[in-house]
Design a protein around this ligand. Structure first.
Ligand code: KG4
Ligand code: ZN
Length: 346
């Protein structure tokens, strides 16, 4: 078990960088408390309806120095006060990860301080330890992002077990792809969420793909929506515009019920009542409110991150790095990004 306090007279100050996808972010933590968290979101991808890896790498190159400077400035920390530097090793886009890892490795070398390689998905879960209240171990976390959908039993800060995951699209990907079919800008998840709040969630019942055990599948819903829209548009070309809010509400309700169904089964199977959600899709207002309702029925304690810690940010990388440092998990300068990095018990 990792001790959660830093028991020496000198503080532990960490600079962390996140660059796995389309956010360039830097954060400073001191003794496990976040002092600053700067996020530069790359607007360039909006024109293409999705993240363009090459453009993401270039934008990281342009953003990384100003973002790191701002994180240091806001935290009132100078480079010489740092005790360790951390970066996202994976999963993510290789070119994007390379920018963060090269930058942070050079700092580690130049300042002669330890390097910490962090798993992005594990960090999403550890975002729950940035603020209070904190979940108690063991807890169950539903991690929902643009690239992953996972049910994870969290035994300790760095001891996690994946018990279910998507076999095809991630739920964030499903939100974004369906939003695109509905003509919404990229990334579509937040736009769809906003419109859904005004619509009728039972107007268009879309089929739910059922998967064995605790795994998920979201590509079937996307295809069902695609064929449904094609059929309707043949008869009525302004079908989407005229029914947009109800379409958004119905799609959102379908995706949320698929997530919560498995979360409830998993919680009963494992016998835990400490339940958390994490990752970009945990910003979804429908998911947040439905989870609160389910918590009342099941007498769960639920932990829902602040919006700024749901989507990609370096604060979560700093917190993960803090616990890794305490556990002695530092890396060498030959460490390199791993776009398909895994985590958890084998
Ligand atoms: O965790 P994240 O920022 O990046 C990855 O690690 O993938 O998650 C991004 C995903 C995108 O698919 C985005 O559309 C989705 O999170 N997302 C949302 C909302 N906010 C972000 N999906 C639904 N409703 C939201 N409010
Ligand atoms: Zn993420």
């Amino acid at each position: 078990m990792v001790k959660d306090t830093y028991n020496t007279s000198s503080p532990l100050v960490i600079l962390a960088v996140e660059s796995s996808c389309d956010e360039t972010s830097a954060a400073i933590s001191k003794n496990g408390r976040v002092l600053s968290n700067i996020v530069a979101t790359q607007a360039v991808h909006e024109n293409y309806g999705g993240v363009v890896p090459e453009l993401a790498s270039r934008a990281h190159q342009q953003n990384i120095v100003p973002v790191v400077h701002q994180a240091l400035r806001e935290a009132n920390i100078t480079k010489t006060m740092l005790n360790a530097v951390a970066y996202t090793q994976g999963p993510g886009l290789l070119g994007a990860l390379l920018v963060g890892s090269s930058f942070v490795k050079s700092l580690s070398w130049g300042l002669n301080i330890p390097l910490i390689s962090v798993n992005h998905m594990q960090a999403h879960i550890l975002a729950h330890f940035i603020d209070e209240p904190r979940p108690k171990f063991p807890f169950l976390c539903l991690t929902v992002s643009g690239g992953h959908t996972q049910l994870v039993v969290v035994h300790d800060y760095l001891d996690m077990e994946i018990i279910g995951e998507t076999l095809d699209d991630a739920v964030g990907e499903a939100f974004d792809k369906i939003a695109k079919l509905l003509g919404l800008p990229y990334p579509g998840g937040p736009y769809l969420d906003k419109l859904a709040s005004q619509g009728n969630p039972s107007r268009f019942p879309f089929p739910i793909s059922s998967m064995p055990a605790l795994d998920f599948s979201f590509s079937g819903v996307k295809t069902a929506v695609l064929y449904f829209l094609r059929g309707q548009l043949k008869q009525h070309e302004s079908f989407i515009e005229e029914n947009l809010i109800d379409l958004c509400a119905s799609v959102q309700a379908t995706l949320i019920s698929m997530l919560l169904e498995k979360l409830e089964i998993a919680a009963h199977q494992i016998g835990v009542r400490e339940i958390a959600i994490a990752g970009g899709v945990s910003a979804n207002s429908g998911l947040r409110s439905q989870l609160e309702k389910l918590a009342q029925t099941n007498q769960w304690n639920v932990y829902i991150p602040k919006i700024e810690y749901c989507t990609d940010n370096a604060a979560m990388i700093a917190i993960a790095a803090h616990y890794q440092y305490l556990a002695g998990q530092t890396d060498t300068l030959t460490a390199s990004p791993n776009p398909r990095m895994k985590f958890g018990r084998k």
